[in-house]
Write a protein that binds this ligand. Structure first.
Ligand SMILES: NC(=O)c1ccc[n+]([C@@H]2O[C@H](COP(=O)([O-])OP(=O)(O)OC[C@H]3O[C@@H](n4cnc5c(N)ncnc54)[C@H](O)[C@@H]3O)[C@@H](O)[C@H]2O)c1
Length: 355
């Protein structure tokens, strides 16, 4: 028996909202039924472009619509928690953009609302479905890497501050700079591949050497010269796990650096071998009689990361299964990000207590 498509409402019709609309349109098990945006003409434009039948004039109207089963939330970070909590309370399943929230207190509020509602809450960390990451995961799952005890991950843009002065560069609206913007992707995928150990201790430092001088600005996003910049432009941190493993994280929007490319990178070191990602390429490394042996890891073929992520969301909504990018994983990421900012502020280690 064929089931009716899951009816999706998209809250936030900007850059990422449009990507979600385009992705769900490719999947027959979903119907993009409604769209809304704080700037209504943009929602109307998206509706026209994508033949979306309903434009709601507010998120509240979307959440009151009984013909919507699930919402995608793709708005500036400060609105993630209030909208996700309301959506879950209204009985909608939620696919939420990263970071889960501007801080862990807000992320906790979302998690509590999810538990009270019994609805699906999934974080949109598409990198977990990246073809190279899936290839790397196969090496880990088949035992070729052994026990992972150290990881290095990062994403170091040299001149890539997005939308200077817009919500992206304001602490109260974004929660932070490249750490919460790019770092959260690398943190999420690293913890996933390391087998989701529990983080127990964090040491980190953040810097703002370019943004406040209006330097290091990239081509992405629209600057608002009447706005301001009060977030970091570089962060470096070490995170220690309860199983003794360590993860070092390096991220920047702007930096004077050579030697590392602009692409996201990840190196996982295990007792049997190591796996690495640099942009869209992957390597497996181990020792043999000749010395160090390297093999290319092939990207796994198939549907795009975003289609796979969206299919996973639909399946979790249908079955009640917990998404692999669960609310708990988003909350854990936010706890670590908070701890890095706190460590930088106090100039020392921050221990994470879980209860
Ligand atoms: N997964 C990824 O790789 C990825 C990529 C880009 C952005 N993002 C995330 O997506 C979110 C949005 O980023 P973006 O690049 O699309 O930003 P954007 O500025 O292009 O779009 C945000 C849209 O939200 C609308 N908006 C603002 N407040 C709203 C509210 N309260 N209710 C309804 N609409 C509202 C704005 O009018 C705007 O159209 C951010 O959290 C960002 O971190 C994730």
């Amino acid at each position: 028996m064929t089931q009716a498509p899951i009816r999706i409402g998209v809250i936030g019709a900007g850059g990422i909202g449009n990507v979600h609309i385009e992705t769900f349109k490719q999947i027959p098990e979903a119907e993009v039924r409604a769209v809304t945006d704080a700037y209504l003409p943009l929602a109307e434009k998206r509706a026209e472009e994508h033949e979306i039948p309903v434009v709601h004039n507010s998120p509240e109207a979307m959440l009151a619509d009984s013909e919507i089963d699930a919402v995608v939330i793709g708005v500036p970070n400060q609105f993630h928690a209030p909208l996700a909590v309301e959506a879950l309370k209204s009985g909608k399943h939620v696919l939420l953009e990263k970071p889960m929230a501007i801080d862990s207190a807000n992320a906790r509020a979302i998690l509590d609302a999810k538990m009270a509602s019994g609805k699906t809450l999934m974080m949109a960390h598409q990198m977990r479905w990246n073809p190279i990451i899936r290839g790397i995961k196969e090496y880990i799952d088949n035992g070729s890497v052994g026990r992972i005890y150290n990881a290095k991950a990062g994403w170091c843009r040299k001149k890539g501050i997005p939308g200077w002065g817009s919500w992206f560069t304001r602490k109260d609206q974004a929660g932070g700079g490249p750490l919460i913007d790019l770092g959260v992707h690398m943190l999420d995928v690293s913890l996933y591949l390391m087998g989701s150990p529990r983080p127990v201790s964090v040491y980190g430092t953040t810097y703002a050497e370019f943004g406040p001088q209006r330097q290091g600005i990239g081509s992405w996003g629209t600057p608002n010269w009447d706005g301001y910049y009060d977030v970091e432009d570089l962060a470096t941190a070490m995170i220690k796990m309860d199983n003794g493993a360590t993860l070092t994280l390096d991220v920047s929007w702007a930096a004077h650096s050579t030697g590392i490319g602009e692409d996201p990178f990840l190196h996982l070191m295990g007792t049997e071998g190591g796996v690495s990602m640099l942009g869209s390429t992957g390597k497996f490394v181990t020792h043999d009689e000749e010395g160090v042996a390297e093999t290319d890891i092939q990207p796994l073929e198939g549907e795009s990361d975003r289609v796979l992520l969206s299919r996973h969301f639909l399946e979790c909504v249908r079955t009640g299964r917990e998404p692999i990018t669960s609310g708990m994983s988003g909350y854990t990421n936010n706890r670590i990000l908070d701890a890095i900012y706190e460590s930088s502020r106090i100039g020392g280690e921050v221990k994470l207590i879980w209860n």
